[in-house]
Design a protein around this ligand. Structure first.
Ligand code: BEZ
Ligand code: FE
Length: 650
């Protein structure tokens, strides 16, 4: 378990088509009357519409926002602002940055109209440059009060720009998933962000004015920005920062090229995060049905594929794939690697100069990060071979079994030696099995499969007594036992008087039910395991009387180890498990017109109740086997125990 600290950043978000029309209302809602409208020089028509909507609330305007928020620009904006009581920014990261810089200095609220996928509109962080040096600070006062996302404003964003800024946003979500501050809330937002952005961008490339696609991409960008504001970023962001700041590479394009390579670098150190990215990318593909769809059926979307999947996605949407095309030179790599590793910061994998140089060489060349090769063709061939199976249930079971076995082998990279060991294990399991030793049942029991099948088959009727596994020691057709007789064959042990009642679901007694009982002796052995014993003991067949009761004498059962001299014992030893069963008495009850009940009653207070090696204990089957009350039913002297219980069968 990893703990975390999480603080949500409370921004009011208006999302939709045409929401720019709500701008005036939002300023009024904050109780403000004099707004400074800041923007860059692009999109003058949008700024004009915003100004028109604000009407007399516009007290000043400034359209000189610039990249990296230079302090001198902020000072000019402040000079132009006069006596404003709020700031409205219109645009992408530069306009938002200037809006934050002015608003935080004046201590007044900011309403940010976001027209790109920057994400900074929902973060409490401000990066400013002074004399070419960038300083970044995070404080609550920097967070905009309200953010307006108007999908209509993004409709005209050029496809190429949509792609690179969308992948830039995805990078926030990807790094959030392996951040040192990662937490479940941010994880959920990050996964959804990646799916929305991937799906949205793919559809924008196909149809740039698809409003739904634009809405998905913008919603994904909002979530990505929320991730960025909530947790620290790692290698990818630091490296892109270095490449932009010191080598003049364009911001969003650099993010787009580097992301698959940064993921490949971190993949082995962050397998869960990568598996989430892979699943999120898979889920973005319409028609596949995502990770559960045919393309992924029987296979998990695996982490080692995530970097290659991201690269393929960038290629698919026409994004840049090589730093060379963005202007980086091979000779720049050593200096870039040195700069990017100068200061330590949290990242899943240690950031070394050599490692980063290798990453940059791959990103320079634009090579596809190696994903795991795809062997699903083999699985599909085997599945296809079952196409003609006449019985639909058989077809379903063999098909799913093959899919899961292949996925098991693939996901665990099973070696030939390991598979040979598994085959030898099963061979030994068969070899040790005899009419009195069922090692396959034991294997199924100790792996919990018997209990799973038992639960699936028998536990859908809450009104009846729970069932429990049959186990390997049942012998069909046990010796008949007269009412009140003793099945212990005079073996030593604490005498136990059993008086159980069989009834139906309405409480009516069931007469003449066949009740088979069996148990181990005081030392934990069944008669089958004691070849020197003369005939069956501690087992028998009784019939319920007219009042539904079955009564007999036996001895108190004790805990016992299941046989460990075979492959199952080797498995228990190899996994550090004990071989013990909690003390119990077996029952198999058959009555005409009723469902068969196979179950066990466990001795309350007995050993191993909470770690039974075959996972057979259920709370309702733990019963008092305490000292008998009143006079002993057979009138003999000495200590005796008593078990009373009512079995309800359906
Ligand atoms: C038994 O209770 O007899 C038993 C059940 C499963 C495995 C081994 C023994
Ligand atoms: Fe048993």
């Amino acid at each position: 378990m990893r703990g975390f600290i999480y603080a949500a950043h409370p921004v009011r978000v208006l999302f939709g088509a045409g929401t720019l029309a709500d701008l005036r209302g939002e300023v009024e809602r904050l109780g403000r009357q004099r707004a400074l409208l800041v923007s860059g020089s692009s999109q003058p028509d949008v700024v004009a519409r915003a100004a028109e909507g604000l009407g007399d609330l516009v007290a000043a305007r400034f359209d000189g926002a610039a990249m990296h928020t230079p302090v001198e620009v902020t000072e000019r904006a402040l000079a132009a602002a006069g006596d404003v009581d709020c700031v409205v920014s219109i645009g992408g990261g530069s306009a938002t940055g200037l809006g934050k810089a002015v608003a935080v200095r004046r201590g007044i609220p900011l309403v940010a109209v976001a027209t790109t996928y920057a994400g900074s509109e929902v973060t409490p962080t401000l990066g400013e440059t002074s004399d070419g040096v960038k300083t970044t600070r995070t404080e609550p006062g920097i967070l905009p009060a309200t953010v307006i996302y108007d999908v209509d404003l993004t409709l005209g964003m050029p496809v190429g720009l949509s792609v690179v800024s969308g992948v830039n946003a995805m990078a926030h979500a990807v790094e959030a998933l392996y951040s040192a501050d990662a937490n479940p809330a941010v994880d959920a937002m990050a996964v959804q962000s990646i799916t929305l952005l991937a799906s949205g961008l793919r559809r924008i490339v196909a149809a740039p004015d698809d409003a739904d696609a634009r809405a998905d991409a913008l919603a994904g960008a909002w979530l990505a920005g929320t991730c960025l504001g909530a947790v620290g970023m790692g290698l990818h962001h630091k490296l892109c920062h270095t490449l932009g700041g010191s080598f003049g590479l364009p911001h969003a394009e650099t993010h787009t090229v580097v992301l698959p390579h940064a993921m490949a670098y971190n993949a082995a150190a962050a397998p869960e995060a990568m598996a989430r990215v892979a699943t999120a990318l898979a889920a973005s593909r319409p028609g596949d049905g995502g990770a559960d769809g045919p393309a992924f059926a029987g296979r998990s979307a695996r982490g080692q594929d995530a970097a290659a999947m991201m690269y393929d996605f960038v290629v698919e949407v026409g994004g840049p794939t090589s730093l060379a095309e963005l202007g980086l030179k091979r000779d720049d790599i050593p200096a870039a690697a040195k700069l990017a590793t100068a200061k330590p910061y949290p990242n899943p994998r240690e950031v070394t100069e050599d490692g980063i140089a290798g990453l940059l060489a791959d990103a320079l060349a634009g090579t596809r990060p190696a994903g795991a090769p795809d062997f699903s063709w083999l699985t599909e061939q085997v599945v296809a071979s079952f196409a003609g199976t006449p019985d639909p249930r058989t077809k379903q079971l063999v098909t799913d079994l093959v899919r899961r076995l292949h996925a098991f082998a693939e996901d665990n990279d099973v070696t030939q030696d390991e598979w040979q060991y598994a085959i030898d294990f099963l061979t030994r399991t068969g070899e040790i099995t005899s009419p009195t030793r069922q090692e396959f049942v034991l294997l199924s029991d100790t792996l919990g499969v018997s209990s799973m099948v038992d639960l699936l088959t028998n536990s859908r009727t809450p009104d009846t007594t729970p069932s429990a596994v049959l186990g390997p020691f049942y012998v069909p057709g046990p010796p008949p036992v007269a009412p009140g007789a003793d099945i212990s064959g005079s073996l030593p042990g604490t005498p136990l008087w059993v008086d159980v009642r069989i009834e139906g679901v309405n409480g009516e007694p069931i007469a003449d039910a066949t009740v088979d009982v069996w148990q181990s002796n005081e030392d934990g052995f069944y008669d089958l395991q004691l070849p020197d014993l003369d005939g069956p003991v501690l087992r028998g067949r009784l019939h319920s009387e007219a009042d539904g009761h079955v009564r007999f004498w036996t001895i108190l059962p004790s805990e016992y180890p299941i046989p460990v001299d075979g492959p199952v014992g080797a498995m228990l030893t190899a996994t550090g498990r004990h071989p013990y069963r909690a003390p119990h008495l077996h029952f198999l009850i058959d009555a005409p017109g009723h469902r068969r009940l196979i179950t066990q009653l466990f001795v309350d207070g007995g050993a191993y109740l909470d770690s039974d090696t075959v996972f057979g204990v259920k709370d309702d089957l733990i019963v008092d086997f305490g000292p008998g009350g009143g006079s002993r039913p057979d009138g003999k002297p000495g200590e005796w125990r008593e078990l009373t219980y009512t079995f309800r069968i359906g």
